[in-house]
Design a protein around this ligand. Structure first.
Ligand code: 26Q
Length: 753
């Protein structure tokens, strides 16, 4: 027997062959935890605390096995007993503790911090249902709770608790911990706080619950609907529970390690992930003042210890709270925030940078920039836009605080875990070094003219497409044509990301095919996206895509050439199946709106070509691969910013002048769509496109059609050349490793260890 067989059968107290997958999963969870504890290491010097309302960690078993070097042993052991790794993975529930990019970034960062052997923990919340589960009925999104905490999860209850005062009442936050394993590296923790009093039985009618019953509801869901006052207040309750318990944990650990708090900066680096944890600033000041440190010094200590990352330029996503909300939930912070506002006003003498504005609204981002030592954007273009427009007043005040940290992704999950066949192939060509030093992928450049290599790369892509097709058959009972080009747009549903542009293209193609203008290759357009429950137009876009998908499927003239697949409940697990199977990666946000994007990097690494605008990190991807190896289209960010600035965009003019646009937009409420769709949803979307189109879909429409059709023609016309360009993309993906990103944060901001 191998060591793994002994451990597994010992744990299950029976032969492996007779174990259920549940039993094997539980056994492995404990084996992995024991192994990861061995890699806990004492902290010397400064330790990172990454505070974030979201950690979209995905399933952990395979990932941890890979990082601990146990994956191959376990796989062999299971296979020897007639069991499969894939089925084992299905026994694990996915913790959906995030919405999208920001949460997934936090998860990638924890992986890289541990892999680089840096001391650094996450601080967040233990949501009982996380993000809602999405399913489709009558071509509409339905939301149901996702009870992922079935007893077999990775979060260990501890006996550590912290008192937190919410709206003048005392609550007890309890700490749970998930071990974060580095790849051949150390183990850190993800610290998640919760209340013992949460009651899942108050959920009814999908994801509804009494929003005022804080004791029972506080950590039930990630970002519950914030379309009403009670929802918005709940968000502040959640945030304060996280930062107050988090701040107490940080101070406790630093005191234990010998800090006298005056020197907190020598023990802790606190990274604030967007404005969601911003209240940690006044909370730390409050706690330090309680320990008899004077206000002025407390402000200095906190400013030196904390740093802030901005993830958005959309004004509506920058958190601003009416002061009376804070007076209700966190009255203990209000006098501190008022003092900080006074201080900021005296330092800056610019009302545009005030923390509390003349309407008594508190601007969380303003507090972050004044009272941290670093403000960073998440891609080069994003940081430039922050400096030159959105946050220009602050940039002029504190130019030294602004810096860029282009996002990255962990190659362990987004290559080794999700694409083992490609990983093995790369290893056969250039050795294993790229797993820890992503820049070594550049060595693949030596093979771009090697026909045999290109054919193998094509075969791997075909296998991954077949695997996605099998999974789709099994989960959604749809059959897809694996000889078609797979174009995938997977990300949160938002108008700025422009799934509606893709929709208009698909309608356009429908007409072209009907008219006998066939594309060079059949196209499978794959979508994965959840819409915020209260985001009406986003839900209308989902509806239109689902209805169109059926219109096409039922039309044999068109369905040979075109298919739309909308994947239900898009999450990390689905992404791991979709990304390796993608030929064309859709990154089509309105230039200037997508701060970075990280899906774009995952698709590139897995050998897809990008079809995208010059937005976010697409700009850096285009730089890395060169014009021949990417499909760029659309307005530039400066054109867009100018159009917004002079208010010169009138959607209706584009609709009236361009017959193709008019035909596609009109189709939304034509008889084909209305035969299965709802005139309320489709009419509202059509109206939005003609009369508003805030994200300028129509001006980019023609350029998008031309570029996408060019991609189809290139794919069909010269498959070997396509493979060559895919290989070039992979070879230039090294820069987008989160190991690089974390090394930069450490060097410029954190100075850990
Ligand atoms: C704000 C106020 C009230 C309720 C909710 C929110 C809220 C919630 C989530 C605001 C923003 C978010 C999430 C933002 C996000 O995921 N941003 C993405 O961050 C990625 C990582 O940096 C970038 O790659 C993406 O470009 C950016 O959209």
């Amino acid at each position: 027997m191998t060591e793994m067989e002994i451990a597994l059968s010992g744990y299950c107290k029976k032969d492996i062959t007779s174990c259920t997958y549940e039993e094997l999963y539980t056994a492995l969870l404990h084996i992995v935890e024991a192994e990861s504890r061995k890699r806990l290491a004492p902290v010397k010097g400064r330790k990172l605390y990454y505070i974030s309302a979201e950690f979209l960690i995905g399933k952990l078993l395979s990932n941890n096995l890979i990082n601990l070097g146990l994956y191959d042993d376990v796989k062999a052991c299971l296979e020897a007993h007639g069991k499969s790794m894939a089925e084992l993975e299905e026994a694990e529930p996915e913790p959906s503790l995030g919405n999208g990019g920001l949460g997934r970034l936090a998860a990638c960062f924890l992986d890289s911090v541990a892999t680089l052997n840096l001391p650094g923990d996450g601080i967040g919340l233990r949501y009982h249902c996380g993000l809602f589960h999405q399913n489709f009925a009558d071509n509409l999104q339905n939301e149901t709770p996702d009870f992922w905490l079935g007893g077999h999860d990775w979060a260990r209850k501890t006996d550590k608790t912290y008192p937190v005062s919410l709206a003048g009442k005392d609550y007890t936050a309890r700490l749970y911990q998930i071990a974060v394993t580095g790849y051949e590296g150390r183990t850190n923790y993800l610290n998640l706080f919760d209340l013992d009093t949460i009651d899942q039985s108050i959920i009814r009618d999908g994801i509804q619950f009494d929003k005022t019953d804080i004791e029972k509801n506080l950590t039930l869901f990630l970002y519950p609907d914030d379309s009403d006052d009670a929802g918005r207040l709940l968000r502040i309750y959640q945030q304060y529970l996280m930062v107050s318990a988090g701040a107490q944990l940080i101070l406790e650990e630093c005191l234990e390690r010998g800090s006298n708090l005056h020197d907190l900066y020598d023990y802790a680096a606190i990274q604030i992930n967007d404005t969601h944890p911003s209240m940690v600033i006044p909370e730390l000041i409050r706690l330090l003042c309680d320990k008899k440190i004077d206000f002025k010094e407390a402000v200095e200590i906190v400013t030196k210890t904390c740093a802030y990352t901005n993830h958005t330029i959309l004004a509506e996503a920058l958190e601003k709270w009416p002061k009376h909300y804070l007076e209700k939930v966190v009255p203990q912070l209000v006098p501190i925030i008022e003092k900080l506002d006074k201080l900021a006003r005296s330092q800056a003498n610019d009302p545009a940078t005030a923390i509390i504005d003349s309407n008594n609204v508190v601007h969380m981002a303003h507090m972050d920039i004044h009272f941290t030592h670093s403000t960073n954007g998440v891609a080069a273009l994003h940081t430039e836009i922050l400096k030159n427009s959105e946050l220009n007043h602050f940039y002029r005040l504190y130019p030294e605080k602004f810096n860029n940290k282009t996002n990255g992704i962990t190659f362990r999950r987004w290559l080794l875990k999700c694409n083992p066949e490609l990983t093995a192939f790369i290893e056969s060509l250039i050795g294993p070094g790229f797993k820890k030093d992503a820049s070594r992928l550049e060595k693949l450049a030596a093979f771009t003219e090697d026909e045999n290599v290109l054919k193998q790369l094509t075969a791997i892509k075909r296998d991954n497409k077949a695997a996605l097709a099998d999974w789709l058959k099994h989960t959604q009972n749809v059959t897809v044509n694996t000889d078609s080009l797979f174009a995938i747009q997977s990300k949160r549903l938002h108008e700025y990301k422009r799934q509606q542009l893709n929709l208009l293209y698909l309608i356009h193609q429908y007409f072209e095919i009907k008219a006998g203008h066939m594309p060079q290759v059949p196209l499978t357009a794959v979508f994965g996206a959840k819409a915020a429950p209260a985001y009406t137009i986003a839900k209308d876009i989902i509806h239109a895509l689902l209805v169109l998908s059926k219109v096409i499927a039922e039309d044999p003239d068109v369905s040979r050439w075109l298919q739309i697949v909308f994947i239900e409940n898009y999450n990390v697990t689905a992404a791991e199946k979709m990304i390796p199977a993608c030929d064309l990666s859709e990154q089509i946000s309105l230039a200037s709106k997508e701060a970075s994007g990280t899906g774009n990097m995952k698709f590139m690494l897995n050998g897809a070509l990008t079809l995208g605008t010059m937005d976010g990190a697409n700009v850096e991807i285009a730089d890395a691969v060169g014009d021949d190896n990417i499909y760029i289209f659309g307005q530039s960010s400066s054109q867009v910013i100018r159009r917004y600035g002079n208010g010169s965009y009138v959607a209706r003019e584009w609709y009236e002048i361009d017959p193709n646009i008019r035909r596609a937009v009109n189709f939304l409420t034509g008889k084909e769509m209305l035969s299965g769709g709802s005139s309320e949803h489709l009419g509202r979307l059509q109206n939005e496109l003609i009369h508003k189109d805030w994200f300028q879909t129509l001006p980019d429409f023609n350029a998008y059609v031309v570029r996408k059709n060019q991609a189809l023609a290139d794919y069909a016309g010269n498959p070997l050349n396509w493979a060559k360009r895919a290989l070039i993309n992979i070879s230039r993906a090294g820069f987008f490793s989160s190991d690089r990103t974390i090394a930069e944060y450490d060097q410029d901001i954190w100075h850990l260890g």
